[in-house]
Design a binder for this molecule. Structure first.
Ligand SMILES: CC(C)(COP(=O)(O)OP(=O)(O)OC[C@H]1O[C@@H](n2cnc3c(N)ncnc32)[C@H](O)[C@@H]1OP(=O)(O)O)[C@@H](O)C(=O)NCCC(=O)NCCS
Length: 366
C-alpha cells in the first residue's frame, strides 16, 4: 500500500462534497440543493475537518464519508459519539475500497475522542467493521378518533426561527437526547423545509401544542415514504400534548394512521397509551452502532451499569473487560471473549444490557 488516499476537507472543499452527496442520494435535484440543505451542520464549513473524502487524479472528490461529533444524554449518562452518514461513492468509482478505507481511517483517528460511532445504515460494509443493529425502542401507531384535551390547542409553526428557542427548551427536558446548541436546534428545524427532506413525498411540518398560550410539546410530522401514514420523526414535551399533536397531524395531513417511536422506559407515555388502547411494539433503533474506544465507553456507561448491578466494569486492554466484583443486581452474562462487535452487542442490544440510547431517527444528524 502506498500513502493513504483519504483526505480531510478544508472549508473550501465543502460545497463540492455536498454536490457529490446529492449526485448519489438526491439525483433528482440540482447538485448542491438537497443534502447540504437537509444536513446544514454536516455540510457547514465549520465541520469541514469532519468530512473525509477521496479525490480522482484531477483532484475532484469521488467518495465521501461525513462525520459529526455529538454527545448523547442517556438517563443522566453522557456518551461521546461520532455520527457517520452521507457515505457515498460515485458509481464509476465503486468497489475500489474507498468507503472501507475512509471508515477504517476514521475509526483509527477518532477513537481517542469518541467512545461510540453511530452509522446511518446497516450494510455489509459497516458490519465488517464491527457495527451492529441495536436498541429497543417502541413504535406506537394510532388512528385517533376519540382523543380530546380541551385545554390544548395545536398549530403548525410558520416561523421556525422564532419558535426554535421554545422547542429547544422542551427538547432539553428529555431524558434521552443529543446535546444541542441553540444554533443546532434552529438549523435542524430549518432543514425540515428542504425540498426532499428525508426523501419524503410531501413537506414535513413542525407542530406545536400549547396550553394557555405556553408551548408544552412539539412534533415534527412527516408523510410516510409509502402509503398515507404520518410519522412523528421527533417530538418532545408533555405526553398528553403529544397525543393532541398526533391527532392534529392525522387530521391536517390526512393520514390513515399516525406513528411515532418512544423509549421503552417512558412509563408516563406507556400508561397513556394503555388507557387509550393505542397499540405499540418493540422496534430497533435506526442504523447501527460500533465501539470506537472501549475504555472510554466503560467510563461513560459505568454509572448506569452500577445503578443496575451495584458493580462496575473494569477495562484492561483491547476488549478485555471484567466485573470489579460480583454483580448484585440483574446483569447479563459477560462472554469470555469480546471483540468490537460483541461488546457493542452486549451493551446495546437485547443480547445484553440493552442500554437505551436516543432515537437516532430524530432530527440530530446521523
Ligand atoms: C455504499 C457505497 C458508499 C460503497 O462505496 P465503495 O467505495 O464502493 O465501497 P468499497 O469499495 O469499500 O466496498 C464496499 C461495498 O461496495 C460493494 N461493491 C464492491 N464492488 C462494487 C461495484 N463494482 N459496484 C458497486 N458496489 C460494489 C461491496 O459489496 C460492498 O458493499 P456491501 O456493503 O453491500 O458489502 C457505494 O456503493 C454507494 O455510494 N452507494 C449508494 C449510496 C449508499 O447506499 N450509501 C450508504 C448509505 S447507508
Amino acid at each position: 500500500m502506498g500513502t493513504s488516499r483519504v483526505r480531510r476537507a478544508r472549508p473550501e472543499d465543502v460545497r463540492g462534497l455536498g454536490e457529490l452527496s446529492d449526485r448519489v442520494f438526491r439525483s433528482m435535484l440540482k447538485p448542491g440543493t438537497g443534502m447540504p440543505v437537509e444536513f446544514p451542520r454536516l455540510f457547514h464549513p465549520d465541520n469541514a475537518a469532519n468530512l473525509y473524502f477521496v479525490a480522482d487524479s484531477a483532484g475532484n472528490p469521488v467518495s465521501l464519508v461525513g462525520t459529526y461529533p455529538s454527545q448523547l444524554v442517556s438517563n443522566g449518562a453522557r456518551l461521546t459519539a461520532l455520527s457517520i452518514g452521507s457515505v457515498a461513492t460515485l458509481p464509476d468509482y465503486r468497489g475500489r475500497g474507498y468507503a472501507t478505507e475512509m471508515l477504517e481511517t476514521i475509526m483509527e483517528e477518532r477513537s481517542p475522542h469518541h467512545s461510540i460511532m453511530l452509522v446511518s445504515g446497516g450494510r455489509g460494509l459497516y458490519a465488517r467493521l464491527g457495527c451492529v443493529e441495536f436498541g429497543t425502542l417502541r413504535r406506537a401507531w394510532w388512528v385517533p378518533t376519540s382523543w380530546s384535551d380541551p385545554g390544548v390547542t395545536c398549530r403548525a409553526s410558520s416561523r421556525l426561527r422564532e419558535d426554535a428557542p421554545i422547542l429547544h427548551r422542551l427538547y432539553r427536558t428529555e431524558a434521552y437526547r443529543v446535546v444541542r446548541t441553540p444554533i443546532e436546534m434552529e438549523s435542524y428545524l430549518n432543514a425540515t423545509t428542504a425540498p426532499r427532506f428525508r426523501a419524503r413525498p410531501a413537506p414535513v411540518r413542525v407542530l406545536i401544542a400549547e396550553r394557555e398560550g405556553t408551548a408544552v410539546a412539539y412534533a415534527v410530522a412527516a408523510p410516510g415514504r409509502e402509503g398515507t401514514r404520518i410519522d412523528l420523526l421527533e417530538w418532545a414535551g408533555d405526553r398528553a400534548g403529544l397525543l393532541s399533536l398526533a391527532q392534529y397531524a392525522f387530521r391536517q395531513m390526512q393520514g390513515e394512521r399516525v406513528e411515532w417511536r418512544f423509549q421503552s422506559d417512558d412509563w408516563t407515555l406507556g400508561s397513556l397509551l394503555d388507557a387509550h388502547h393505542i397499540a405499540s411494539e418493540p422496534c430497533l433503533n435506526q442504523g447501527t452502532i460500533a465501539v470506537l474506544n472501549p475504555e472510554r465507553l466503560l467510563m461513560e456507561v459505568n454509572p448506569l451499569i452500577k445503578e443496575q448491578t451495584g458493580q462496575h466494569l473494569t477495562w484492561e486492554q483491547g476488549y478485555r473487560v471484567a466485573w470489579a466484583s460480583t454483580p448484585r443486581g440483574p446483569a447479563p452474562e459477560l462472554p469470555a471473549e469480546l471483540d468490537r462487535g460483541a461488546l457493542a452487542r452486549w451493551l446495546f442490544t437485547t443480547d445484553g444490557f440493552n442500554l437505551p440510547l436516543v432515537d437516532t431517527g430524530g432530527l440530530s444528524y446521523v
